[in-house]
Design a protein around this ligand. Structure first.
Ligand SMILES: *Cc1c(COP(=O)(O)O)cnc(C)c1O
Length: 372
């Protein structure tokens, strides 16, 4: 018997275009050209998202950290975010000394519950963070309305949401600012990297200064930090890779959507199984196809992950509620956040995977469902 070939979870799609621009940056992108690809990438990315300003960063975490710092969020301030989240959204809040307020997610989109947000608002609330989980969309209409009512900015963590939009408005462009990630696992990549985007010109200037160790671009004295800033910059080499990926972003997103659709068809025979929802008026970028097992079923995420492992397939668990972390003790755990984490699994979805690979993954899901 031959061993089953391994199906990995994710891997970027790198073509001659990425290689040739990265090579050009390595050969020529120095001296007076050391910012060329960065500036090109920022400009093209802002146009893609539909915002006025973009700042390339070393990570999405860094983009969120600087944005929150520019809003002068700190000790005594509360920031509302979903319990279901990657830790990257939480870390900047804690690093700034602010208090995270974790609220539950919605059953259908797995994104922050606007009702729970409303209930969590206090006089100390300084920001609401909308994370478009796995490329699904937060209910931005409801969140923005709550924000307007209380004078609280809504911030978008669009790290997983390139290609997602709500009535023609791109994820990341609807809040006061947005953050994107180009980590190697994301739909488009620079290896590590991110982008801060905003329409607000004052906020843009503030973050630009913060991103350059607190040195304003208008300053007259060299090597003079006007304030304590950060060093979360992207290199020109990474920007060359990102600029090339951006030329292909339509193709990269279309492939993600096609993979999700193939999974849907392959699992259509299991109506109790739910996958990434695409609600009316929304388009999702489908970063990570995810199955949620039926509540009543004996099969759990843990046992499904075991079946994948036995079949040489890399799948991954849904994000654990942040409130489960030992250092977040005392924060209440969201009911949906916990329930869905116990029942959901992310499936492989890399650009070059074959229809046969997808069929094999779906086959393991179906078999596991019927085996218990
Ligand atoms: C990947 C990710 C981040 C972090 O991105 P980095 O570029 O690794 O900092 C933040 N939030 C979410 C929801 C993510 O998936």
């Amino acid at each position: 018997m031959t061993a089953l070939s391994r199906i990995i979870l994710s891997r970027p799609s790198i073509t001659e275009l990425e290689v040739s621009l990265a090579e050009d940056a390595a050969r020529n992108g120095w001296g007076e050209h050391c910012y060329d690809y960065i500036l090109r990438f920022e400009k093209a990315f802002a146009a893609h998202v539909g915002v006025r300003h973009a700042i390339a960063t070393s990570s999405c975490t860094g983009a969120l950290h600087m944005g929150l710092a520019a809003l002068e969020i700190g000790e005594g301030d509360e920031v509302i975010l979903a319990d279901t989240n990657w830790v990257a959204t939480l870390a900047p809040v804690l690093h700034l000394g602010a208090t995270p307020v974790l609220v539950d997610i919605l059953e259908d989109t797995w994104c922050i519950d606007p009702q729970a947000v409303r209930a969590a608002i206090t006089p100390r609330t300084r920001a609401i963070v909308a994370v478009h989980l796995y490329g699904n969309l937060c209910d931005m209409d409801a969140l923005l309305a709550i924000g307007r009512e209380h004078g609280i900015p809504v911030i978008e963590d669009a790290a997983e949401a390139i290609g997602s939009s709500h009535r023609g408005r791109t994820a990341g462009s609807m809040g006061l600012f947005g953050g994107f990630s180009f980590h190697g696992s994301k739909t488009m990549t620079t290896g590590e990297g991110g982008m801060f985007v905003t329409d607000d010109s004052d906020l843009y200037e503030k973050v630009l200064t913060l991103s350059n160790h607190g040195r304003s671009r208008r300053q007259t004295r060299q090597f003079w930090p006007d304030e304590l800033g950060f060093k979360y910059k992207m290199s020109n080499l990474q920007a060359a890779l990102g600029y090339a990926q951006l030329q292909r972003v339509g193709e990269l997103i279309a492939r993600k959507r096609a993979i999700l659709e193939t999974y849907r068809q392959a699992l259509a025979s299991e109506p109790a199984l739910r996958m990434n929802p695409e609600l009316p008026g929304t388009v999702i970028g489908a970063w990570m196809p995810t199955v949620v097992l039926p509540d009543s079923h004996r099969l759990t995420a843990t046992s499904l992950l075991r079946s994948f492992k036995e079949n040489n397939i890399d799948a991954r668990p849904f994000f654990y509620p942040l409130s489960m972390l030992p250092w977040m003790q005392g924060h209440p755990c969201g009911r949906n956040a916990l329930r869905i984490a116990e029942r959901a699994v992310n499936l492989p979805s890399y650009h070059d995977m074959t229809e046969g690979d997808i069929a094999r993954v779906a086959g393991v899901v179906r078999e596991a469902l019927h085996a218990v």
